[in-house]
Design a protein around this ligand. Structure first.
Ligand code: PGA
Length: 253
């Protein structure tokens, strides 16, 4: 089912006390305001267990920023799907552009992460998005097609139908203050839905939740959310600011 989601990607920010304080403030706000959108928070791996405990009775979902492509073994510093699940985390971001850029993650490898998540009855938030040079040379659709289709080619349509979230995050808009125009976002989201439909059928395409990410803030959120194929947002910088983030959540009607 397509869901309305506003997700915070805290990246490598906040100490444990800061993260707890912000999460508890958001929890109180969500209880009072009962927003239409589901709220997700992706804190550091280190805090997942604690935050799952702190927000045990909350409607906020705690998700992971990353997961290993391997099930277990000698992979120093990595965290497996099974380990995430053992601390109560059932969803993970995969393929974020910062993982692709700084850790050389490629589409096939990202697909393996998704497979491990589904094997553990967990689910992915698959991030895709072109670089500035791809857009300027008119290759953005080809690049995004490759990212989506290779990551999803080995997944079962049944799993995808139950639970698939994709985040379209053009690299040139992440952390730059330059967000994509609403019509550019709509065009790419509907393209992503079309590719998923061609690969896995219309039912999967119809059920997929597609978030936009890249310099989303309180000022531009509602124009983005007005687009037919934009189901919500994945928010980096602005999610660290309580007022800004809650304004974005409220914009998702
Ligand atoms: P940004 O990051 O909102 O700071 O641009 C978005 C993301 O990387 O998920």
């Amino acid at each position: 089912m397509r869901r309305k989601i506003v997700a915070a990607n805290w990246k490598m920010n906040l100490t444990l006390p800061q993260a707890k304080e912000l999460a508890l403030r958001l929890n109180t706000w969500v209880k009072i305001h009962k927003p239409v959108a589901e709220v997700f928070i992706a804190p550091s791996h280190l805090y997942l267990e604690q935050m799952n405990k702190d927000l045990r009775n909350s409607s906020i979902t705690i998700v992971s920023q990353n997961v290993s492509a391997m099930p277990n073994g000698a992979y120093t510093g990595d965290v497996s799907a099974e380990q995430l699940l053992s601390v109560g985390t059932k969803t993970s971001i995969v393929g974020h552009s910062e993982r692709r850029a700084y850790h050389h993650e490629v589409n096939k490898y990202i697909g393996k992460k998704i497979t491990h998540l589904y094997e553990n009855q967990m689910s992915p938030i698959l991030c895709v998005g072109e670089k500035l040079e791809d857009r300027e040379s008119g290759k953005h659709f080809d690049v995004v097609r490759e990212m989506v289709s290779v990551a999803l080619e080995r997944q079962s349509s049944e799993n995808l139908k139950q639970n698939l979230i994709v985040a379209y995050e053009p690299v040139w808009a992440i952390g730059t203050g330059k967000n994509a125009a609403p019509d550019q976002v709509q065009e790419m989201h509907s393209f992503i839905r079309k590719i998923i439909g061609e690969q896995h059928g219309l039912q999967v395409a119809h059920n997929t939740t597609i978030l936009y990410g890249g310099s989303v803030n309180a000022g531009n959120a509602s124009d983005l959310f007005d687009q037919f194929d934009v189901d919500g947002a994945l928010v980096g910088g602005a999610s660290l600011d309580f007022d800004e983030f809650t304004a974005i959540i409220s914009a998702r009607k």
